[in-house]
Design a protein around this ligand. Structure first.
Ligand SMILES: NC(=O)C1=CN([C@@H]2O[C@H](COP(=O)(O)OP(=O)(O)OC[C@H]3O[C@@H](n4cnc5c(N)ncnc54)[C@H](OP(=O)(O)O)[C@@H]3O)[C@@H](O)[C@H]2O)C=CC1
Ligand SMILES: O=C(O)[C@@H]1CCC=N1
Length: 270
């Protein structure tokens, strides 16, 4: 983001917190970040933990900010944006991270020709390891995409995609951390079943997933090649891989991403 720019968050939930934390880690100043959050406990938590100011309402927040991150649940987008109709003047950029909700819907709710970028980050933003994708709205200006990309780059990686790919991004990387957490949990349970202590099994499962991801990222090798290097002929791993294929791990993941993608499409129609 542009140094010194005022960034406002509509909503102070999980994702807003991840971004506020990431922006501060990346050198943003607390006085340049504000948020509005109706829940008293959340408001207090964000304000006290990060030292950023809570606005009294969304209108005040938008009037103050240069860039606004929309971080509420998709189900309440209409009730939150309708009262803000007409105040998104051309000097403001709105970045929506809502699953499913199209730039066209948001533009319609805001009225005029608002500069809107739609994005799909994920919760590893909290530890500067988000995978995000962004797409452009109808009225973005030259520089807006790079500007928005800067926000997401401050908490991880970012790709620009066409808007018709955003639901697939949501099904893959938006929801994806939850799939991986389930894998870590299941591997730890499997270790316990084989007689390991839970703390040891958890640590081994966690470090295995972390190390495997790091190996793919740092070597740039295809995961299939790296897998072959683990599979000794006639050994333990190939026996396990055969079971995973028979039980449909690959098909299960493909179906999970497909279902999440469809759910994102549905959220956009609700
Ligand atoms: N969680 C994730 O992994 C990801 C989420 N997203 C998207 O990010 C968005 C936010 O998700 P997440 O942070 O998890 O959700 P949260 O429910 O944690 O955060 C939303 C916050 O908005 C608050 N809120 C309710 N009404 C208003 C209002 N009128 N004005 C301002 N704030 C309001 C809610 O308060 P209250 O609880 O009291 O209603 C809540 O604290 C969603 O649209 C989701 O699709 C995108 C990528 C990943
Ligand atoms: O579950 C959800 O709907 C949100 C969007 C992506 C991750 N969490």
């Amino acid at each position: 983001m542009v140094n010194g720019e005022k960034i406002g968050f509509i909503g102070g939930g999980n994702m807003a917190e991840a971004f506020i934390n990431g922006l501060l880690n990346a050198g943003a100043r607390t006085e340049n970040i504000r948020f509005f959050e109706p829940n008293h406990d959340r408001r207090q938590h964000i304000a006290e933990t990060y030292g950023v100011q809570a606005a009294d309402d969304n209108r005040e927040l938008v009037e103050w900010a240069g860039a606004v991150v929309l971080a509420i649940k998709p189900q309440i987008v209409k009730e939150v944006l309708r009262p803000l109709h007409g105040i998104f003047t051309r000097d403001k950029l709105l970045i929506s991270i809502l699953a499913g909700v199209s730039t066209r819907t948001i533009e319609g709710l805001l009225g005029g020709e608002p500069r809107v970028v739609r994005a799909m980050p994920n919760t590893p933003a909290l530890v500067d390891a988000a995978a995000s994708a962004i797409c452009r709205g109808s009225y973005v200006e030259e520089g807006d995409m790079e500007h928005a990309a800067g926000l997401f780059r401050s908490v991880g990686t970012v790709h620009e995609v066409a808007e018709d790919q955003m639901d697939a991004v949501t099904g893959l990387s938006g929801s994806g951390p939850a799939y991986v957490f389930t894998v870590i949990e299941a591997l730890a349970a499997a270790g316990v079943q084989q007689g390991l202590r839970l703390d040891v099994a958890h640590e081994l499962a966690l470090q295995t997933v972390y190390g495997a991801a790091k190996l793919v990222k740092e070597t740039g090798e295809h995961p299939a090649l790296l897998r072959e290097k683990v599979c000794s002929p006639g050994g333990t791993t190939i026996a396990a891989i055969r079971t995973l294929e028979e039980r449909g791990l690959r098909a299960s993941l493909m179906e999970a991403v497909a279902v999440a993608t469809r759910r994102s499409e549905e959220l956009g129609r609700e």
